[in-house]
Design a protein around this ligand. Structure first.
Ligand code: AHR
Length: 521
């Protein structure tokens, strides 16, 4: 196959939802305590692959904190650079035994609890009011997941009343007393449990039992606040679970949540490095899931005669090698360059599928399988930070448009869902495009991942019925796909930006991510 890319700016898919660049905070490892609040000196067990920061035994100085005691550096990065629009909290698996009432009121009276999902203890020093204060400071929309493991419907209704109540009711008044302000927290997005299908979950249920319960919860939640956007707990989008749950709840929900991680570790755990192919081509599995889920959504809508669209909240996605990011090290994974290519492919999937994917939350936003690793006094950006930043900056304010890609395909094994007679093998070239217009000037951003480990491609890039005046190029490339950023080598993997003359074609280097910003006449 001769590689070629055709972009059709007039064939629009959908405006890109800003929520595709959302995040996730879970009470796990050093995400909250260490990433959002300073954790104090820590002897957190780091492995040789995850070496300790130099200042591991240092307290975070007060001047690095906001008046509420949050880390300023993390807030600034998420708010001003990554422009994260929405964050999911408090879990994850954590939420399935979380009682929100333990985390409000005077901090010295909050109950320490055993933490069942990940082990250890929870101090409850970061609860609902702290989360909302942090969201306000970071200009982020809060998205709260309800405890459908050990929690009750009554407790969930109290939580919603506490957050959103404006009347003269007990929990609305309790919030006023605790925060010293009258205005509600106004939490619009609520999730009906986390991964209730998983055997690791506290309170795992069958699809039928969950669907029945979630329907009752949804009904009651709409009575206490009809303005809420409700997210039901789906699985990967193509499972029997998704089908059952959508059939029962299509008339009660606004979104269905999908979870998938790519970047499997080596199958043989004595092997040192990950398998390139299963990681880098893996995100195509998510696209397959989304396509199937779109069908399941429409089937359920037709059966229940629901005219309102139901969107997908891909509210846990990312690159996670479970042999590296383990519960013992708080899921701290140091990413390599190949993982950054996978991250770019993940984002291409969401842009291409932006007519149905409304929310995508990278799991997670800080320290835990995250683009960002903090120490007591600073942070470094992991390899996967760079595609996320480029997409959030250049692929966000516009309309996703259709692309046609001819490309050689990968011959090896990728994710199991993907090895299907329907989809065939994944292409080396993975592309999405967004058309933006500012002050009458049109810009076409074309994101191209060349996933071939060894081949560079000279590619004709045709833009239908448009003339390109000039091009700005952002390229992420490293000769070594195993290269990592880390303490003392923060810039090992970074983006190179330059201007270039447009000649209707581009050379995409082997294993590279290139974002072409084409200015149109
Ligand atoms: O993000 C880490 C964990 O992965 C989450 O807690 C859980 O929902 C998923 O299995």
């Amino acid at each position: 196959v001769q590689p070629a890319i055709d972009v059709f700016p007039s064939a629009t898919i959908s405006p890109v939802s800003p929520y595709l660049f959302s995040g996730f905070l879970e009470h796990l490892g050093r995400c909250i305590y260490g990433g959002i609040l300073p954790a104090g000196p820590t002897n957190f067990p780091h492995t040789p692959r995850n070496p300790c920061p130099k200042d591991q035994f240092t307290e975070t100085p007060k001047e690095l904190l906001t008046k509420d005691g949050f880390r300023k550096d993390v807030i600034e990065l998420l708010r001003d650079e990554l422009r994260v629009p929405l964050v999911r909290w408090p879990g994850g698996n954590y939420v399935s035994s979380y009682h929100w009432e333990d985390g409000v009121g005077p901090k010295d009276q909050r109950k320490r609890r055993p933490e069942l999902a990940w082990g250890g203890e929870e101090s409850n020093q970061f609860g609902t009011d702290e989360f909302i204060a942090w969201c306000r400071e970071t200009k982020i929309e809060p998205y709260i997941i309800l405890n459908m493991g050990t929690g009750t419907l009554e407790e969930a209704l109290r939580w919603i009343e506490y957050c959103n109540g404006t009347g003269d009711t007990y929990h609305a008044n309790l919030r006023r007393r605790n925060t010293g302000r009258d205005e509600p927290h106004n939490v619009k997005y609520w999730g009906l449990g986390n991964e209730v299908w998983g055997e690791w979950q506290v309170g795992q249920q069958t699809a039928e039992a969950y669907a029945e319960k979630a329907r009752q919860w949804a009904h009651a939640i709409r009575l206490i606040d009809p303005t809420i956007k409700l997210v039901v707990c789906g699985q990967t989008g193509l499972d029997q679970w998704d089908s059952v749950v959508l059939d029962v709840l299509a008339d009660k929900i606004d979104l269905t949540s999908l979870h998938l991680y790519t970047g499997f570790g080596p199958r043989d755990r004595t092997q040192k490095e990950k398998e390139y192919g299963r990681g880098v081509y893996g995100p195509d599995a998510a696209e397959y899931s989304i396509e199937i889920c779109r069908g399941l959504i429409n089937k359920a809508r037709v059966a229940k005669n629901v005219s309102k669209p139901i969107k997908i909240a891909f509210d846990e996605y990312g690159v996670w090698d479970e042999t590296v990011g383990t519960p013992e090290n708080g899921l701290e994974q140091y990413y390599n360059f190949a993982d950054a290519l996978a991250m770019a492919s993940w984002l291409n999937v969401f842009v291409r599928q932006s007519d149905v994917v409304d929310i995508a939350c990278i799991a997670q936003s800080v320290n835990v399988i995250s683009p960002l690793i903090t120490s007591a006094t600073g942070y470094f950006k992991q390899t996967i930070y760079h595609p996320l930043h480029l997409f959030s900056k250049y692929m966000r304010d516009g309309v996703a448009v259709k692309v046609q890609v001819d490309s050689p395909a990968f011959a090896g094994e990728t994710l199991p869902q993907w090895i299907s007679p329907i989809k065939g093998q994944p292409k080396d070239l993975d592309v999405s495009a967004v058309l933006s217009s500012t002050d009458g000037k049109k810009t076409l951003s074309v994101a191209v991942v060349n996933r071939s480990e060894s081949k560079s491609y000279d590619v004709p890039l045709r833009i239908a019925f448009e003339t390109v005046t000039d091009v700005e190029v952002h390229e992420l490339w490293h000769e070594n796909v195993q290269a990592r950023n880390g303490w003392g080598k923060e810039e090992e993997v970074s983006v190179k930006t330059r201007k270039a003359k447009w000649e209707g074609k581009w050379t995409f280097r082997e294993h590279s991510f290139t974002l072409l910003i084409l200015h149109l006449a």
